[in-house]
Design a protein around this ligand. Sequence first.
Ligand code: FUB
Ligand code: ZN
Length: 645
Amino acid sequence: MRQEREKIRWKDIRITDSLFGSYVKRVSEKVIPHQWKILNDQLEDSEKTYCIQNFRVAAGELTGERKGVVFQDTDLYKWLESVAYTIAAGQGLEYEPLADEVIDLIGRAQEPDGYLNTYFTVNAPHRKWKNLMEGHELYTAGHMIEAAVAYYEATGKTKFLDIARKNADLIGQVFGRGEGQKRGYPGHQEIELALVKLYRVTGERRYLETARYFIEERGSCPSYFEQEVAERGGFEFFPDFQDYDLAYSQADIPPVQQTKAEGHSVRDMYMCAAMADLAGEYEDEAMLQACRRIWDNMTQKQMYITGGIGSSGFRERFTTDYDLPNATNYSETCASIGLMMFGQRMSAVTGEAFYYDSVELALYNTVLAGINIEGDRYFYVNPLEVVPEFCTAHTYMNHVKPIRQKWFSIACCPPNVARTLASLGQYIYARDGEELVIHQFISSEVQTEAGGHNVELRMDSTLMQDGKVKISIRSEADTKLKIRIPGYAVNWTIRAGEADLDPVVEKGYLKVTAKAGEQTLVLDLDIHPHWVAANDLVRADAGKAALMKGPFVYCLEEKDNGNLLSQVCVEANQKIQEAAPAEGLVGEIPTLSYPGVRVKNVGLGDNLYGALQIEKEKTQLTAIPYCLWNNRGEGEMLVWHRVLI
Ligand code: FUB
Ligand code: ZN
């Protein structure tokens, strides 16, 4: 097994891309201050979060009850993580004093032994570590640790990291197989990957050991969770968990034995991300094989074309192979972020590029759809087909919102998108020994060190305009580059000046050496819009086709095409024209235009049913990137088109 790749420092990467750059800018200029107001309950017409207030109560500076969901603290931690990356990028320096202040508050809310969780400190001190299945204590700690690591990496300040270490040390004492320790593990995974990060930044191996313990202990028999439920005689936080099954939180069998993506999708992804890390750290082949099985099952049988996962609105979970309904699905934004985290680590530990195909799909489609272009509205659930009036509350569609929301009572997704966008550089570049690796074609600049010398690299991606990516390198010595060839690029070429190169391709990466001095490489990925079909076993997409160009999935919106999009059909492999970007959208991505047919049932008048009598009406269709839907008002949306034979 290979060594992990090395991350490029946050401050060494700058995103200049017209699409992603605009979101990254929004995060620092709008999302962070907007979310700060929400954390402080200063936003009118928005549900109260009590987030900062809870920390004040826990610190003994306010009296009263601690309010909000049991893991409300994580909103602040994810906010701080975004702030850290933004500071590192030099865009959010003004947030640093605010962040320092709130870190001081977190420190005051921490108990002397390192315990840190506003819910249990204030509302249920006698219940600490007694409801791991529902209580999210370890999940919350995980987000705190992730934020602390990011803040340390961004600023070099140790205060938050010290808080995190103290808390992680306590966790390491409480849990384990030693005498007097609890043989428990989290109901919602997250702490494991956070402890790996803490180990990597501190070099303290005990954090890695605790992470490994949590993964290895999970799913053991007799079940820790079943014992817990029996002891407390029922469910405390989520009463609708009455028929809870252990597979929901991947605790029915040890993770290393799992064969498919199962249960709550975010839990599964966070767990798998940690497993991939641990497989690399411990050279644990069995763990890696489990990760491979889960990844393959998920991406080949349970993932939407948009990189969305978890098709069940009920309990935010995976269901079964090929069950991918388009209108009622969940496809939580956080789950696709988790997929990105898992895929990134799988690529790091195996050295294989193809994991990034799904990472890219999730990022360019579901994750980006999770936020509006203004940066103040969010999707939690990401359907592939929407009829706004059918998204009715208190029905089976309760979870599907036809427009992005200001916030949510359970608000895991908005700050998760923010931290992902703010740390986007980690998905674009890495260092692998002497090589500088490029994983994504997002315009950006990086100034770093590779092979013992300084390198300045500028990537100008016009992928969506002409399929090309220009990579300009300035370096003191020859620089070894490893560039991912995406799965969708069948006829790619690469040139240095006028010369065509014939590089070695290894594990999906092309390897080139840029000469010392200045050199420009042009990678042509030769991408074109094309129709995609689904396996016949995906009943929801039978006889349908979706439109893609490169990593972007396209969709039809009512604004461009009128309503009743379910009438729309296309002829098989209908030719597609590229047209100007839609007005009011970001990223200069072409719209796609193609002829279609509306198949109408005529002669029914107001009757609900009647004799079959069809009329076909020609129409010209315009599709926009799925990630940008619902930025121009409410209306119908459709990804999978019916195909006329
Ligand atoms: O339970 C914490 C988070 O809230 C989960 O990851 C999301 O699915 C949401 O339920
Ligand atoms: Zn979420």
